[in-house]
Design a protein around this ligand. Structure first.
Ligand SMILES: Nc1c(C(=O)O)ncn1[C@@H]1O[C@H](COP(=O)(O)O)[C@@H](O)[C@H]1O
Length: 164
């Protein structure tokens, strides 16, 4: 299946966080590719990735990075594809550095910034699915079913003192 989502990250050490995006895309049967690309450590690779992303058939890019997280903004600068930025939780500053590096883009180059950490990565994957579902009725159905099941789990377990 042609992967329409690219999940890129600044380092292998980001994978435990970025796996959240993979988890929901696996669940919703959306194909993706995963690559380490770093604006700082592999700048030429980043430029090449950004230049070739449309031709490779991607429709959404999820980019996770921690600390001085320039990757999402830089890849957004090189492609018209929507970029979803995931701030990876850094040890020194708890991810506030990552968040602020990603969220405050200059007007004219957009990055959709998600929450810090694995939940943000999961939601980035979910949002990628929501974008693709606009042109994929079968995926839209799977998304509706996922949302319905989530709602039912909450409604079926209203007592906060009991295990879900
Ligand atoms: N923020 C960036 C970029 C980038 O923005 O291009 N490249 C690597 N990094 C980040 O450095 C952190 C530490 O990386 P190491 O664990 O490899 O030292 C990672 O969270 C990575 O995303």
């Amino acid at each position: 299946m042609q992967a329409k989502v690219a999940v890129i990250m600044g380092s292998k050490s980001d994978w435990p966080t970025m796996q959240g995006a993979a988890d929901i895309m696996d669940k919703l049967q959306v194909a993706y590719e995963v690559e380490v690309v770093s604006a700082h450590r592999t700048p030429d690779r980043l430029m090449e990735f950004g230049e070739q992303a449309v031709a490779r058939g991607f429709e959404v890019i999820i980019a996770g990075a921690g600390g001085a997280a320039h990757l999402p903004g830089m890849v957004a600068a090189k492609t018209r594809l929507p970029v979803l930025g995931v701030p990876v939780q850094s040890r020194a500053l708890n991810g506030m550095d990552s968040l602020l590096s990603i969220v405050q883009m200059p007007k004219g180059i957009a990055v959709g910034t998600l929450a810090i950490g694995e939940a943000g990565a999961f939601n980035a994957g979910l949002m990628a699915c929501q974008i693709l579902a606009n042109n994929d009725p079968a995926l839209a159905e799977r998304l509706e079913a996922f949302r319905q099941a989530q709602t039912e789990t909450v409604l079926d377990n209203p007592d906060p003192r009991e295990e879900a």
